[in-house]
Write a protein that binds this ligand. Structure first.
Ligand code: GDP
Length: 628
């Protein structure tokens, strides 16, 4: 199921399975049904069962932990049958709805103009538009009554109640929230003194041709647009929806910004214990009840336990893998036990501060990866800097590879993309389209005649390690030596080189998505890495997942170690954390991934445009994590 990456349904022969994950309590709900049945109520059923089951056993989960319950029995059959009946009934009521004619539909009253989102549009309207767009997919009934679904139906979620929303709606909502914050932060920062770089003479505001954050410009999953020139969004560009990025400095990798609503309040917590009823927001609010002045007494485990317990739950709710949340709290407790507290310090604030420090430390691992510096270093040695991207399917490998290409090009480095996903249909076309678009944005004319990005591809079904090797040879500077031989003359030169003697500064190797448990594919990846010895191995993982991300990373690393033929196997060097824009403040995966590997998050993907790439700002992530 997980291999489907982001898709919550899976069809095998005559059966379809749909599932829902409750990360907080580590529950998975699966519905299986005959695929020929068009069951319109499955999403409702799975949502209802999830909610009722979770609420019924919430106390048990919280008190004993999920593991204790695994062997237990659940008295849920009657509830399930009732929910199934309700769901079936609800679908019957709606079944006979007749599809509206175009004239009857709201769409017929819309002008083309009003279908184009503009930045000034109220978020409320946006959500409504999105919803009716999404509901189209659900079938004719939804089209028939946009926005009029009965109360309690998942089509009409109560505002703010995320439990009622479908996954797509949650993603959309979170993205809007993310960009709202981002823009707010952008506006705010424009009031503060401008960053040095912006003061530079001659810098002009840049128009980001692909800065349309809401358009699915980099999404080629739709076969209709896959690889086709018509999909190129340049002509659809609307500067008003350009993410507030028009004043961006080209080539600069901006830090992840995160608005912490309660930063100011948080600071007051320590010096101001006379206000035990903490203000709304922040862990201060959450643990307000637990606060108590300790005076100059030394901290005991018993003092801290209730606070730690709450913190653990809080971290888990923010998507930190449960096991890691426990370990983190444990290490904080160990660090603080016996510590003498200042007179004006509370247990909560002390524990919270220690946790915050620990989190920042986790996110700033010892070895930093400075890609630009390393590329320049490779350049001095007249060789390309090689990066390999790996991860499971659908996490955003190709998309973020393209964003990184864009960033590198903006920094004046030329890029050769090696299409080593020789497995997934459309993977090569997807990269070809990116290459074309990147070249359109950075034509040779604006780079002294130098082609800034090329694709090295050999189609499908071939050995990925071999293609990577050929690409690296092809990308070499100076005379083509081994590259000529490896390519077998001109047979592999589907790419047309205009700057062969210059080579490429960077080779980015895209690999096929694979599940961490798939031994043959993991062996192939280990081989690709061992044979080509890239400078950087990046694991691409979604911010959406909690425990799953940890499992993926651990197993990828282990597989690379196990299947490598080298004595000191090459492991993952860093992480690309994608879809950060879809998680609101549930940023726990960032902690889980770095904690488990001690590897840095080198890039953060924050959307589907070429500019949606950031570097990690540990403090911003921790602020989001601590936010109530
Ligand atoms: P791959 O199979 O790992 O190569 O994944 P793709 O690059 O094809 O991406 C899968 C989907 O995720 C596409 O629809 C992308 O547009 C989308 N995607 C990738 N990165 C991000 C991101 O940072 N934010 C959002 N919202 N979507 C992303």
């Amino acid at each position: 199921l997980q291999e489907r990456g982001g898709n919550n349904s899976f069809t095998h022969e005559a059966l379809t399975l749909k599932y829902k994950l409750d990360n907080q309590f580590e529950l998975v709900f699966v519905v299986g049904f005959q695929k020929i049945l068009t069951l319109t109520y499955v999403d409702k059923l799975i949502d209802d069962v999830h909610k009722e089951f979770r609420d019924k056993y919430r106390n048990e989960f919280q008190q004993k932990g999920t593991l204790g319950l695994l062997n237990g029995t659940f008295d849920f059959k009657d509830d399930f049958l009732r929910l199934l009946r309700d769901a079936e009934e609800s679908s019957k009521v709606r079944a006979p709805t007749v599809m509206k004619t175009f004239e009857q539909s709201l769409k017929s009253q819309k002008t083309v103009k009003c279908m184009i989102e503009t930045r000034g549009e109220k978020p409320k309207e946006k959500v409504k538009n999105k919803k009716s767009k999404g509901s189209k997919k659900e079938g004719t009934e939804a089209v028939a009554a946009p926005g009029k679904a009965p109360a309690g139906d998942k089509q009409s979620p109560a505002a703010g109640d995320r439990e009622e929303l479908t996954k797509d709606e949650i993603l959309q909502k979170n993205r809007e929230e993310f960009f709202r914050r981002h823009m707010k932060a952008g506006e705010k920062s424009s009031k503060s003194p401008k960053p040095e770089a912006q003061k530079e003479k001659g810098k002009k505001p840049r128009v980001w041709d692909l800065g349309n954050s809401n358009a699915k410009v980099l999404d080629y999953s739709n076969s209709a647009t896959n690889g086709s020139a018509e999909a190129c969004p340049v002509e659809e560009f609307d500067p008003d929806i350009a993410l507030g990025d028009r004043n961006r400095e080209p080539g600069r990798l901006y830090d992840l910004e995160y608005e912490s609503d309660d930063e100011a309040e948080e600071e007051k917590v320590i010096p101001n214990p006379s206000k035990p009823s903490a203000k709304k927001g922040g862990l201060g609010g959450m643990f307000g009840m637990l606060k108590g002045l300790v005076g100059s007494k030394s901290l005991t485990r018993a003092d801290m336990d209730p606070v730690l317990e709450k913190m653990k739950d809080h971290l888990i709710a923010k998507n930190v893998a449960a096991e890691i949340a426990v370990q983190l709290c444990e290490s904080v407790a160990k660090k603080l036990e016996g510590k003498v507290m200042g007179t004006f310090t509370t247990v909560t604030s002390t524990v919270k501060q220690a946790l915050q420090e620990a989190l920042v430390q986790i996110l700033q691992p010892q070895r930093r990866v400075d890609v630009l510096r390393d590329v320049m270093d490779a350049q001095r040695h007249r060789r390309p800097y090689v990066v390999t991207f790996c991860g499971v399917n659908g996490v955003g490998k190709s998309t973020n590879l393209a964003k990184i290409s864009f960033w590198l090009i903006e920094n004046g480095f030329s890029v050769l993309i090696a299409a080593c996903d020789t497995f997934r249909a459309g993977a090569v076309e997807q990269l070809r389209t990116h290459t074309r678009r990147l070249n359109a944005l950075h034509p040779p004319e604006s780079h002294g005649g130098r082609t800034m990005v090329q694709l090295y591809e050999k189609g499908y079904g071939k050995d990925a390690a071999g293609i990577a090797m050929e690409a690296i040879s092809y990308g070499r500077w100076g005379k083509r030596q081994r590259g000529d031989a490896g390519c077998g003359g001109t047979s592999c030169l589907r790419v047309v080189s205009s700057a062969r003697n210059q080579g490429f500064d960077v080779v980015l190797v895209d690999t096929a998505g694979r599940m961490q448990d798939n031994a043959p594919l993991m062996t192939a990846l280990a081989k690709l890495i061992a044979v080509n010895a890239p400078d950087l191995v990046l694991f691409v993982g979604e911010a959406l997942v909690g425990n799953e991300a940890v499992d993926q990373l651990v197993k990828f690393n282990k597989a690379l170690a196990d299947h490598s033929m080298a004595q000191t196997p090459r492991l993952i060097d860093g992480i690309v954390l994608t879809k950060f824009d879809t998680i609101d403040d549930k940023v726990g995966a960032a902690i889980s991934m770095t904690y488990i590997t001690s590897k840095p998050i080198v890039f953060v993907g924050t959307g589907q445009t070429y500019c949606d790439l950031r570097s990690l700002n540990a403090k911003a992530v921790v602020a989001a994590l601590m936010k109530a």
